[in-house]
Design a protein around this ligand. Structure first.
Ligand code: SF4
Ligand code: SF4
Length: 349
């Protein structure tokens, strides 16, 4: 890895160089919530002054740019009495993500394991992912995030460059040739020993600011032991089965496929739509049988996929601890509380 430092005003210059020929997605403020706190979203940005570098977290993850909620996989037309099939990976030009936090970069790394590097890679995701340039940015720990417990508070890969605010200047980690070449356009310096010391101080200070933690020790075993626990029923009774948690989650990727025929019978399409395992029809199969008709079963399987099945397959959890699901849940169901309760259910017996 190559390191550099640069003065703060150089970041604007870097943004403008990147924006000259590329589409940039960055964090912007979109309004205020009922408590007056800013609400952020990832959106197209062309003006550096619109980018909120000190954003807390976006309500929705960057997922919609590489796993859109709804996407045509293929379209069909009848021409000369035969079906013509068209496939588009729906990529118009490269995307630059400017200011992704470590948790969102780690979420992409986890999605890559399933959608890029598994037995059945998804070409629609791969095409978007390959045309992506990521500028990571350090974050300020929030009271609801528990990314440090999930090992997602720092990103070791999955970005082109990663910028840390040292106060008076920026420290940048460079992982790709493209990033190295872009940085040649601004004034950078080799970090000295004082930069290294300052960087470590900044990181240590940030590490102390994480206040929410969750104990994941032996979690896969505990989940196996507590599969029949009454705790699932209690959480299931609270759950509204609205699916919001999956929509806001940067790592939920389950989807369904619909096939529709145009009203003139001359065309058809196959459409992928993101689904949620908490929705009532998620496990319904042909003939109408539903394998998970109860709310507690659906909620339970979401946790088993994230913290049990994915760990077994990839040796890491499918949760980055961003806290978005708990923040958005109208029933106040949060991952730390569910995990704590399932651990507690074993201890109290
Ligand atoms: S856990 Fe919360 S957000 Fe998720 S489906 Fe249940 S009520 Fe909705
Ligand atoms: S399960 Fe919740 S806390 Fe974990 S990654 Fe998804 S939204 Fe974030």
């Amino acid at each position: 890895m190559i390191f550099r430092t640069f003065e703060k005003q150089e970041l604007k210059k870097l943004f403008e160089i990147l924006a000259a020929h590329n589409r940039i997605i960055g964090p912007v403020e979109t309004g205020r919530d009922r408590d007056g706190r800013p609400v952020y979203a990832f959106a197209d940005v062309t003006d550096y002054d619109d980018v909120e570098l000190k954003y807390s977290i976006t309500k929705l993850p960057a997922k919609r740019f590489f796993l859109p909620f709804k996407e045509d996989l293929s379209t069909f037309r009848i021409e000369n009495d035969t079906w013509q099939k068209e496939i588009s990976y729906n990529v118009d030009r490269p995307l630059i993500f400017f200011g992704l936090h470590p948790c969102d970069i780690n979420a992409l790394n986890k999605l890559d394991k399933v959608l890029l590097h598994s037995v059945y890679p998804m070409p629609y995701y791969a095409a978007k992912r390959e045309n992506m340039f990521i500028v990571g940015m350090d974050c300020i720990p929030q009271p609801y995030c528990f990314c440090r417990s999930m090992g997602s508070d720092t990103a070791l890969h999955g970005f082109d460059m990663f910028i840390t605010d040292l106060g008076s200047r920026y420290f940048v980690e460079i992982l790709s040739n493209t990033a190295f070449n872009f940085l040649k356009n601004i004034k950078t310096s080799e970090p000295g020993e004082d930069d290294h010391v300052l960087y470590m101080k900044v990181v240590a200070k940030r590490n102390n600011e994480f206040t929410r933690h969750v104990d994941t020790t032996d979690l896969t075993k505990i989940l196996d032991m507590e599969f029949q626990s009454e705790v699932w029923k209690e959480w299931g009774d609270k759950c509204l089965s609205c699916g919001t948690c999956s929509s806001v989650c940067p790592t939920c990727y389950c989807y369904g496929v619909d096939e529709t025929v145009d009203i003139d019978l001359k065309g058809a399409r196959k459409t992928k739509m993101l689904h949620s395992c908490n929705l009532i029809d998620f496990a319904e199969v042909a003939g109408g049988h539903n394998f998970r008709p109860g709310r507690e079963n659906r909620l339970k399987y979401r946790y088993y996929h994230k913290h049990r099945g994915f760990v077994e397959a990839f040796e890491e959890s499918l949760c980055v601890g961003c806290g978005r699901c708990g923040e958005s849940c109208l029933a106040d169901i949060t991952v730390p509380e569910v995990i704590d309760s399932i651990r507690g259910s074993g201890r109290n017996k």
